[in-house]
Ligand binder design. Structure first.
Ligand SMILES: [Zn+2]
Length: 138
């Protein structure tokens, strides 16, 4: 996550001291000064939650690694840390798709894509991931 000027969105910023425990930045483009909260930790928590969620849904470490871009070693350590035990999954493996918003709308506008299935939609960067089970189909 790059530091970006909240005013002009330029990334040409430099550090300019610490104010009340927050890093202050100076935008070289528009001369604006701004501080940012410690975003790093927050983002980590977000990916930890997503990784655990995907793991519970039946995806493998490698699949999760490919989707969220975190190494399978980290994923495995989070699963141990939070003591996650995956319930036994039946024969069905979820299908997942990474879609742009317009593709997502198109996909869910077709009722046959929703019928007899379970869906979760979750955001990843500028796209959306859709996880689908067809567990009700027999
Ligand atoms: Zn700026």
């Amino acid at each position: 996550m790059e530091n970006q000027c909240p005013k002009c969105n330029n990334q040409n910023v430099s550090k300019s001291g610490i104010i009340k425990g927050k890093q202050r930045f100076y935008c070289k483009n528009c001369n604006y000064n701004f501080t940012v909260k410690k975003l790093g930790k927050q983002i980590d928590d977000y990916y930890v939650t997503k990784a655990l969620q995907l793991y519970l849904e039946g995806l493998s470490y490698r699949e999760i690694e490919r989707i969220i871009g975190v190494s399978h070693v980290s994923i495995s350590s989070w699963i141990k840390k939070y003591n996650i035990t995956r319930p036994p999954h039946s024969e069905s493996h979820p299908v997942y798709k990474i879609l742009k918003q317009s593709e997502l709308i198109e996909y869910i506008s077709q009722e046959n894509n929703l019928e007899n299935s379970g869906l979760i939609i979750t955001q990843f960067a500028d796209k959306y991931m859709l996880i689908k089970w067809e567990r009700f189909k027999k």
